[in-house]
Design a protein. Structure first.
Length: 155
């Protein structure tokens, strides 16, 4: 546990608080990168993507509470939303041509830190500006953290 705390202190994290990194978004191409890289995908300038590639995102979660079985469990819910000036409430009641389903994933780790790499098929999305929103919840404490990252799908 001391190594984790030292690492977190170097990055300015509070070792006693449930935390999450920023989101990093990118894509993979025909030229495959090694999976053991810190960021195993390309990060495009200005977060611009073609519908011919999957959107990949990476995030880390820190200080996940341990349950009675000795595992650290958390839930991540993500959604890709059209980015516009409408409020979150109006987005719930307004129909869009692009898919906006919510995906919920449950994670289990033997350590209180988890690095996560997820890909999303964006081939059915229309060109335009979008926001990737993710909410991470500690399953023991119920603490929640939300992050968003904007990106553009090109024509």
């Amino acid at each position: 546990m001391a190594e984790i705390r030292e690492s977190q202190m170097e990055h300015g994290l509070n070792p006693d608080q449930f935390e999450m990194s920023d989101l990093v978004v990118g894509y993979r191409s025909d030229f495959e990168l090694e999976d053991d890289l810190i960021i195993p995908f390309y990060i495009p300038p200005e977060n611009r993507f073609s519908t011919e590639v999957d959107l990949h995102f990476l995030f880390e979660v820190y200080n996940i509470s341990r349950d009675s079985d000795g595992f650290h469990r958390f839930e991540a819910e993500y959604q890709v939303l059209p980015a516009d000036s409408r409020s979150r409430v109006s987005r719930l009641f307004t129909r869009s041509d692009s898919p906006t389903e919510r995906i919920t994933l449950n994670f289990e780790s033997e350590k209180p830190i988890s690095k996560n790499h997820i890909s999303v098929d964006i081939s059915d999305y229309r060109p335009g500006n979008y926001t990737l929103r993710i909410v991470v919840s500690d399953e023991i404490t119920g603490e929640r953290i939300e992050r968003e990252e904007s990106f553009t799908i090109l024509e």
